[in-house]
Design a protein around this ligand. Structure first.
Ligand code: SF4
Length: 671
């Protein structure tokens, strides 16, 4: 059984409709956009102000934390004031961790309650102990007793519930049996689902959040597969938690949410950013609109939905096996090498590029290949030599091998030549392959996967040497470029090819592109992120962005967001909420300013310990709110300094990094 109807088209998963107040989620409803307030919930005026501000920018569902019964009680007044201000149509959701008593209070006042199955009935100790089968059954009974009153009350009042699983806060019971895994996340939710169903309650939405897009994507896929097995069709709330801020936060959110939406999964989304929550809405709106544009226009008839086999295991990450290949003088791609970065430049700019690629901002993130589209092969004569980056030359459409041979002496050493081949081009393909091999060049062949039925045998005979494959537009039989690249990977597998694949982000691969930087970032995150999380991709270019420095930085940030190539400090920062114990935005910026040069170090900054220690599972160091004005410092999952005064926390964190041998002094320019 698969988790979606098609991995080549966006075929929306059918779910039941769940009502959150007057807002329908799932079913035939559009993707709902939501966010969360960050104020102290007991500061009613501030929480009302933030809720209205969110509604005014298009937030359709507003979540508010209820960390204790007193805060949950305030939801009554918050609801009343929001109604009085003319926003009665915007449903409110109470966010509950740990306290069933707070949930029981909140359900009286708001349209939906989110519970975390990892801590609703469990006193989380972040310690794993052994559970016998009998212990486990006793735990499940305890869970049933703790959760049932909320389910019954929600049913009486017509409320809905979200079973909101977080990778970072699984119960000790689940950790013991399934570990810190997507399967553990799914089982954690299923335990709660079964209890709700035992009461005949179905107004349920599910989420499987993680700060790691790969884990999050796998967990949602697995959840859907398991629900299908159990004939459950609940809507999904999608989100990447603790994504951070700025470009990095947007990229991580778009990779996780976009990959799933294009697979047809997801009914409501939240883009978590460590920024004022109103900034989340335009990003979420743009992601939702792009995904929904595929629902109406490109859904094929069922008979044509499955154009090819798909050998990728969508539940476990394995990088596609490829051959080693070198472009330019020494840019190696393939096994053991991270995806290489290619940046597009206009031919006329090439003379200035040498200076630009020495830009200080690109010191640790160089453009490794420079892609130039040639209008005429005669332009080869004027190409300046590139000392560092490899030359990637897009040849004019229809260029013959004889025309190319006339100018062969001008081809830069190790250049990668890009040429498109149609279904009748077997002889041309052979000529080009023989030419590049004789000249010690590389051929990036743009071949639609559908054409492998005509060209596959030729490609099989030619073998992989000096070949790269790429696509700069959707194929005819795929609904989106992710599907086209999956078709390409499968077509290569079927002819036994291990040639590297180059992911090209172009106007032709976009779902619904426009010229804004946000749109370019989201489109590139969808395509590149989804493919990298599938294990596909040895070269990446973002050709929609024309500024060389921005395009190159964006590509590296995207590779880092997908966990494919680490080029700077990785920050895992929670978006903050009413539980936050310090100012997350300024703290994140301050810590980034001091540690942003520590390439490869992963730092977690968490407003409280609800999700903190767990979400920091693979962080090297953690800075976590322990109590008002007090910080706990972590090394890995281990808390090593408790309740230190916040004023000392930065220097103590740096001392800790030094103690563990991960510190280097910043270069003068950075300092
Ligand atoms: S980790 Fe951050 S967002 Fe999550 S509950 Fe704590 S303060 Fe709120």
């Amino acid at each position: 059984m698969s988790y979606c109807d098609s991995r080549f088209h966006t075929v929306r998963r059918r779910t039941i409709e769940v009502k959150v107040g007057g807002v329908g989620v799932g079913g035939d409803n559009p993707i709902r956009v939501q966010s969360m307030t960050t104020s102290d919930t007991q500061d009613v005026a501030a929480t009302v102000r933030q809720s209205i501000a969110l509604a005014e920018v298009g937030c359709e569902i507003v979540r508010i934390t209820a960390p204790n019964v007193a805060a949950a009680r305030c939801l009554k007044e918050i609801r009343a004031q929001i109604d009085a201000a003319g926003f009665a149509h915007v449903p409110l959701v109470a966010d509950i961790h740990f306290l069933p008593s707070a949930a029981m209070e909140a359900v009286e006042h708001v349209e939906k309650v989110r519970v975390n199955p990892g801590n609703y009935a469990d006193k989380k100790k972040f310690a794993v102990r052994e559970y016998s089968d009998a212990d486990y059954d006793r735990e499940l009974q305890r869970l049933h007793d703790a959760f049932s009153p909320l389910v019954r009350r929600a049913k009486e009042l017509g409320r809905s519930l979200r079973i909101g699983t977080n990778h970072g806060s699984l119960s000790d019971r689940i950790m013991n049996r399934y570990g810190d895994t997507p399967l553990g996340m799914v089982e954690s939710a299923l335990e709660f689902l079964r209890i709700a169903e035992s009461h005949g309650f179905n107004q349920l939405i599910l989420s499987m959040k993680s700060s790691n897009p790969k884990v999050m994507i796998q967990a949602y896929r697995l959840l859907v597969e398991r629900m299908q097995q159990e004939k459950m069709a609940y809507p999904l709330h999608l989100g990447v938690t603790e994504a951070g801020d700025g470009e990095d936060g947007r990229i991580k959110g778009a990779i996780g949410i976009g990959s799933l939406l294009l697979d047809g999964l997801g009914d409501t989304i939240r883009v978590s950013l460590t920024e004022d929550s109103v900034y989340e809405i335009p990003v979420a709106r743009a992601i939702a609109d792009k995904a929904m544009s595929l629902w109406s226009t490109r859904n094929p008839e069922p008979a044509t939905r499955k154009p090819a086999h798909d050998s990728i295991d969508p539940y476990h990450f394995t990088r596609r096996e490829t051959n080693l290949l070198c472009i330019g003088k020494n840019i190696m791609a393939g096994p053991e090498h991270p995806p290489r970065v290619i940046t597009r430049v206009a031919v006329g700019e090439l003379r200035n590029v040498a200076k630009t690629i020495r830009h200080p901002q690109l010191k640790d993130t160089p453009a490794e290949g420079l892609l130039v589209a040639l209008d005429s092969v005669s332009e080869l004569a004027g190409l300046p030599p590139s000392e560092t980056a490899a030359c990637v030359l897009e040849l004019p459409a229809g260029l013959t091998i004889d025309e190319l041979k006339i100018h062969a002496s001008h081809l830069p050493a190790g250049a990668m030549l890009v040429r498109t081949f149609g279904p009748a081009d077997a002889a041309t393909l052979t000529n080009f392959a023989q030419f590049v091999r004789a000249q010690k060049l590389v051929l990036a062949a743009e071949i639609e996967p559908d054409f492998f039925s005509s060209l596959g045998e030729t490609l099989r005979e030619l073998g992989d040497a000096n070949f790269v494959f790429s696509l700069s537009s959707r194929s005819r039989s795929a609904g989106h470029a992710i599907g086209a690249y999956r078709q390409l990977a499968e077509a290569l597998r079927q002819i036994g090819s291990r040639a590297p694949i180059w992911i090209r982000n172009t106007p032709g691969t976009a779902v619904q592109g426009n010229n804004s930087f946000l749109s370019k970032l989201l489109e590139a995150s969808f395509l590149t992120g989804a493919l990298l999380c599938d294990g596909i991709g040895d070269f990446v270019s973002i050709e929609t962005e024309t500024d060389l420095v921005r395009a190159t930085k964006l590509t590296y940030n995207l590779l880092q967001g997908a966990g494919s190539r680490i080029s700077k400090t990785e920050f895992v920062a929670c978006p903050s909420c009413g539980r936050t114990l310090f100012d997350l935005q300024t703290t994140t910026q301050r810590i980034r300013a001091q540690t942003g040069h520590l390439k490869g170090v992963k730092l977690a900054i968490m407003g409280c310990i609800v999700n903190g220690p767990g979400e920091m599972a693979d962080a090297d160091f953690g800075y976590v709110g322990g109590a008002p004005g007090k910080i706990n410092l972590y090394v890995g999952k281990q808390c090593v300094q408790y309740n230190i005064p916040q004023a000392e926390a930065d220097s103590r964190l740096i001392a800790l990094i030094k103690e563990h041998g991960k510190w280097v002094d910043p270069e003068p320019a950075h300092a």
